[in-house]
Design a protein around this ligand. Structure first.
Ligand code: SAM
Length: 248
């Protein structure tokens, strides 16, 4: 069917490409890519030889126009990013928005996403989570944002650049406390995949002691603030107080 297909691609392991992603990429009239070279390499690995056009949200309007014209004319356009799910800390928001506003159909072709992959293996609560993406690069802005997040009860998910991971962990220890549970997920689905769950201060020590942990791609998942007193309902709290009074 004609439309704009938002196609997820692997975050490392090529085996994670879905059969449907391959079908859509092969059948598309046009593949809109964050980086044409990266995407051509990926397509070549699956013997797909298709037309690839550069698109990112700051592209000049012509790329967007060409994509929308193609779909309007009954074509299929596949939007991909360098890795994972487009629009998740990746380009595509404007295109999806413009396509919908032009009355075109947008279909997701779901697949890998580093945030969800890390969360799924984190051992931290997944019933509610807050995806923060990348924190600000500047220290004061980053510390300010972390301070704003310190009381959030949801599990927090961050993308972090390897050269900043140590600074970031130090700021997290400061903002959330040394004991807060967290997961460092590095190089997911790749040869040097590392998943380590520990209190923030331990993760900081672990990363500081091994410069390999300051390389590659990293997701940090941090437990939410769980104030035990608040999680007890009023009746139970009253009962606990009364029981405490009975204690010798
Ligand atoms: N759209 C992608 C997705 O669905 O995950 C994310 C793109 S964002 C520009 C790139 C960031 O995602 C990296 O800096 C890192 O934080 C995270 N990431 C991507 N691949 C990863 C992997 N294999 N292991 C750990 N983190 C990864």
């Amino acid at each position: 069917d004609s439309g704009l297909y938002v196609v997820a691609t692997p975050i490392g392991n090529l085996g994670d490409i879905s059969r449907r992603a391959l079908e859509v990429l092969a059948a598309a009239d046009l593949v809109a890519a964050e980086d044409t070279r990266t995407t051509r390499n990926l397509l070549a690995k699956f013997n797909i030889d298709n037309q690839v056009l550069a698109y990112h949200d700051h592209s000049d309007a012509r790329a967007g126009r060409r994509i929308l014209d193609c779909v309007t004319g009954g074509g299929v356009v596949a939007l991909v990013s360098d890795a994972g799910t487009p629009l998740i800390s990746d380009p595509g928001y404007r295109l999806v928005r413009d396509a919908q506003e032009a009355g075109l159909v947008v279909f997701p072709v779901p697949g890998p996403c580093a945030a969800v992959a890390a969360l799924s293996a984190s051992g931290l609560p997944t019933d509610r989570f807050l995806f923060e993406g990348f924190l600000p690069g500047k220290a004061t802005a980053r510390q300010g944002r972390l301070a704003e997040l310190a009381q959030r009860p949801e599990t927090l998910v961050f993308y972090e650049a390897p050269h900043r991971v140590l600074e970031c962990l130090a700021d997290m220890v400061e903002a959330f406390g040394a004991e807060r549970e967290a997961l460092l997920a590095r190089e997911l689905t790749k040869a040097f995949e590392t998943l380590r769950r520990a209190p923030l201060a331990d993760l900081q020590t672990f990363v500081a002691a091994d410069s390999n942990q300051q390389r590659g791609e990293i997701v940090l998942v941090v437990a939410g603030q769980r104030d035990r007193v608040e999680t007890i309902d009023a009746d139970s709290a009253r009962l606990l107080r009364r029981l405490a009074q009975e204690l010798p």
